[in-house]
Ligand binder design. Structure first.
Ligand code: UFG
Length: 319
């Protein structure tokens, strides 16, 4: 028996793969290595496959049979919001085409358990302080749309051929569980600020005129190791015959503003850098914080790490 982790050489996927391996589960990794890094999965059985290629269906089916794959954790996807607005076809091709191929292979190989890596981007700009899974999903960019449609694809497979699935809607993943698995792409606030510090430039705050206590945007930062742990809980949940829900937020229920993140980074690094407030970035909700009560009640998952541990671990991994 083994678990297939797609995108297992990526930042989040490699944390999931390592946590599973350390708990004694056999892990098979599939990654196209477009953003994944091979050294993150050294020692694991891994295959370089682009899920969106037509040949992927047969290759996946064969490896599922060969390794007696019992469940799939599907993280392989493109994730740059701005890029998705400029190149929507690429996102539909890679994210949805890739997932369709994966589901075809799972159906043929008789693999009936899926944990799907979804996103809070599926909500769009919700008009509530804490977003629960009951909130209408209304994504505002192609990236978020592919995540919501991915949830629908899994739901349809559940109806059609009995796939059991869980959608994990990630909030803002950050930090490092192991130094060698750090987030090396500079796409999100914390890595962007670290890079600015290293370059001795001023990090930018996108807007300080939001309706929040300090005027900057608030997000729910969740430690990547806690996030990885949620996948293990989700696999356990899929073993239950009676499952009330498919979709779960993975966040802490606690928000931090951009300025609070910068202040914590100053404290952790002991570098007294300055920052610059610039115009708002298009499409940013003022606050996006999870109501994380469902996953705690149903799966017994709760984030253990706070913003301090997130920033400490991310900085240590880069130093
Ligand atoms: N920000 C800045 N300066 C920067 C970079 C970001 O002020 O240089 C701000 C953003 O405006 C936002 C916050 O920091 O308010 C966090 O921004 P990120 O780009 O790190 O993350 P987002 O909240 O925009 O998006 C993240 C993921 C998406 C996912 C979304 C779901 O990157 O993939 O969370 O909530 F869809």
């Amino acid at each position: 028996m083994s678990v297939l982790v797609t995108g297992g050489a990526g930042y989040i996927g490699s944390h999931v793969a390592r946590l599973l391996t350390e708990s004694g589960t056999k892990v098979i990794v599939v990654d196209d290595l477009s953003t994944g890094i091979e050294s993150r999965v050294s020692g694991l059985t891994s295959y370089r496959i682009d899920l969106a290629e037509p040949s992927a269906v047969a290759a996946l089916e064969a490896l599922m049979r060969e390794h007696s794959v019992d469940s799939v954790i599907h993280l392989a996807a493109l994730k740059r919001v701005g890029d998705s607005v400029e190149n929507p076809e690429k996102y539909f091709n890679k994210n949805l085409g890739g997932q369709a191929n994966l589901l075809l292979a799972m159906k043929s190989a008789g693999v009936k358990k899926l944990v799907f890596s979804s996103s809070a981007a599926a909500y769009g700009i919700p008009d509530v302080d804490l977003v629960s899974e009951e909130e209408a999903a209304s994504p505002i960019n192609p990236y978020g749309q592919t995540k919501l449609i991915g949830e629908w694809m899994a739901a349809n497979a559940e109806t059609a051929w009995g796939l059991r699935h869980v959608n994990l809607r990630y909030f803002n993943a950050a930090g490092a569980g192991w130094d060698d698995l750090a987030d090396t792409q500079v796409l999100n606030l914390i890595p962007i600020v670290f890079e600015a510090i290293n370059n001795k430039s001023k990090p930018k705050v996108y807007g300080s005129d939001y309706n929040t206590p300090d005027g900057s945007c608030i997000r729910d930062y969740v430690h990547v190791l806690d996030l990885a742990q949620a996948h293990i809980k989700a696999l356990d949940y899929l073993e239950q015959d009676k499952r009330e829900f498919n979709t779960f937020n993975v966040g802490t229920g606690f928000g931090s503003s951009v300025i609070e993140v910068l202040e914590q980074i100053r404290e952790t690094t002991a570098i007294n850098f300055e920052y610059e407030v610039v115009e708002r970035r298009a499409g940013d909700p003022a606050r996006l914080i999870a109501n994380a009560s469902r996953i705690e009640k149903i799966m017994g998952w709760k984030a253990k790490n706070s913003l301090v541990e997130i920033i400490d671990s991310a900085w240590k991994a880069l130093s």
